[in-house]
Write a protein that binds this ligand. Structure first.
Ligand SMILES: [Zn+2]
Ligand SMILES: [Zn+2]
Length: 336
């Protein structure tokens, strides 16, 4: 079967031995397509994965072979995510499911950028869903990334009328903003790139250049005490300065991306303004279910965010994502 594998500085197309169930529980699926996640880029560029690794986890696929106690059958089109929490450890009990050891260990095999993937019985039971006919593959491929956003939004315990600022309007910043909007909160955005600001504005997300943030802070402080929660989806070192400028006293800063350097933390601002700083990493099965419902009930706008690349052009998809030429790549792998 055809796979895309990490090979030094490149992603190459390489044949790998075909997989089958061989008596195991679960399913072998034919991958129709797989979204390229920001975390795939980080793993590749920072060499977190070894040569031969198959990245990708945002898959849309058709079941080819199945041995399962679930409702799924051969020929079903499904969407699934890749990690499942145990539900019993100290992390799970406190709701930090993405810190669970079992969560980190579970995965689809060999990875989403592959013609075929093994999806375990546990995946089928907890995080897989049937894709309705009126949703496109690209739309439903936002199932896992939107799940991450939903989790972050829930972590903030927002209340009616809250104002949110998304710092960074790349694919995840836009998706986060669309999610916040879909859940009924007022969302603003900021970025340094004009075309991103323009796109966000055209989607109804009132957005500003981060350079003009003093002006934005003034506007927002005239209307209210400030921003209730700042979502840091930008991996830029300076994002925290932006957040501190606009967050109201008692407000929240939600950290949703890594930055190249650990900047220390703003001790005195956190103390005097009684701020809450939260991290949000990866979704629970319930967050994913919420994401699935928002997409399939068309309550969140995920259209027009993806650029489609055939698997043979996956290197181009990585390069174009890194150079901000596109928002989000969807790698097309198989036919229905
Ligand atoms: Zn992802
Ligand atoms: Zn656990």
């Amino acid at each position: 079967m055809k796979t895309a594998q990490v090979h030094g500085e490149n992603i190459i197309i390489k044949e790998m031995e075909d997989i089958s169930l061989n008596g195991r529980k679960g399913a072998i699926v034919r991958v129709l397509g797989c979204g390229l996640c920001g975390s795939d880029i980080v793993k590749f560029r920072e060499k977190i994965v070894h040569d031969g690794a198959v990245l990708g986890h945002e898959i849309v696929a058709v079941i080819d072979e199945i041995n399962s106690d679930t409702r799924f059958k051969r020929g079903d089109k499904i969407v699934t995510s890749h990690h499942i929490p145990c539900g019993e450890c100290i992390y799970c009990k406190h709701g930090n499911v993405s810190m669970c050891e079992h969560f980190k260990k579970t995965n689809i095999f060999p990875g989403g950028f592959s013609e075929k993937v093994f999806v375990s019985e546990e995946h089928l039971k907890n995080v897989a869903h049937l894709v309705p006919a009126d949703i496109t593959d690209e739309e439903i491929s936002f199932y896992e990334p939107l799940g991450c956003c939903i989790r972050a939004i829930k972590r903030c315990n927002l209340i009616e009328g809250d104002k949110i600022l998304t710092v960074g309007l790349g694919s995840i910043g836009l998706l986060m903003s669309e999610g916040i909007k879909a859940l009924g909160y007022k969302v603003y955005g900021c970025d340094l790139l004009e075309d991103r600001i323009k796109l966000a504005n055209s989607r109804g997300i009132e957005s500003y250049n981060s350079k003009d943030l003093d002006k934005f802070a003034e506007i927002i402080q005239e209307k209210s005490c400030g921003i209730d929660a700042v979502f840091m989806t930008s991996g830029a070192d300076k994002a925290i300065d932006v957040a501190l400028k606009v967050v109201r006293k008692g407000g929240k800063i939600l950290v949703f991306s890594s930055t190249p350097h650990n900047n220390g933390y703003p001790n005195n601002e956190i103390y005097y303004k009684e701020l809450t700083i939260l991290g949000s990493y990866s979704p629970s099965p319930k967050d994913l279910e919420d994401s699935f419902n928002l997409i399939t009930k068309k309550k969140v706008n995920v259209r027009g965010l993806t650029s489609i690349y055939p698997i043979e052009k996956i290197q181009q998809a990585f390069d174009d994502t890194v150079s901000n030429k596109i928002f989000k790549a969807y790698i097309k792998i198989g036919e229905e």
